[in-house]
Design a protein around this ligand. Structure first.
Ligand code: 5GP
Ligand code: ZN
Length: 112
C-alpha cells in the first residue's frame, strides 16, 4: 500500500519523532499550522477515524492515553486542540488515521 504515514511508521520516510512505542508514533507535522503541531498515528494502517471498530479501538485508546504526556513534553500547559479529519468533507489529505495536536498559542474559536 502506498501510504505515506505507514512509510513514516516503518522508518522508510524520515520524521521528527516526539513519542513512539510499539503501537503508536507521534511526530511533528511537516507544515505546522500552530507553534506546536504534532501528528499522532497508530502504526497499523487505519484509513480514518471512520474505520474505528471493536478490533482496533484499543489503538485509539493507546493514542489518547499518551497524548497528555506528548502535550506536556511539548509545553502545552495552557491547553491544546485535538483534531482528526475524515474524508473529503473533513478535508482529510492523508488516508491513514491521525490526530492533530495543536497548541502553543491561543487557537481560533471557530472550528470550521
Ligand atoms: P490531514 O489534512 O489529512 O488531516 O492532515 C495531514 C497532515 O499531514 C497535514 O497537516 C500535512 O502537513 C501532514 N503531512 C503530510 N505529509 C507529511 C510528511 O511527509 N511528513 C510530515 N511530518 N507531515 C506530513
Ligand atoms: Zn497507512
Amino acid at each position: 500500500m502506498d501510504c505515506i504515514f505507514c512509510k513514516i511508521a516503518a522508518g522508510e520516510i524520515p520524521s521528527t519523532k516526539v513519542f513512539e512505542n510499539d503501537k503508536i508514533l507521534a511526530f511533528n507535522d511537516v507544515n505546522p499550522q500552530a507553534p506546536v503541531h504534532i501528528l499522532v498515528i497508530p502504526k497499523e494502517h487505519i484509513a480514518s477515524a471512520d474505520g474505528i471498530n471493536a478490533d482496533n479501538a484499543h489503538l485509539v485508546s493507546e493514542i489518547f492515553k499518551n497524548i497528555p504526556q506528548i502535550a506536556a513534553q511539548a509545553g502545552l500547559e495552557n491547553g491544546y486542540r485535538i483534531i482528526t479529519n475524515i474524508g473529503n468533507d473533513g478535508c482529510q489529505s492523508v488516508k491513514h488515521m491521525h490526530f492533530h495536536v495543536l497548541g502553543g498559542k491561543k487557537l481560533a474559536e471557530k472550528m470550521c
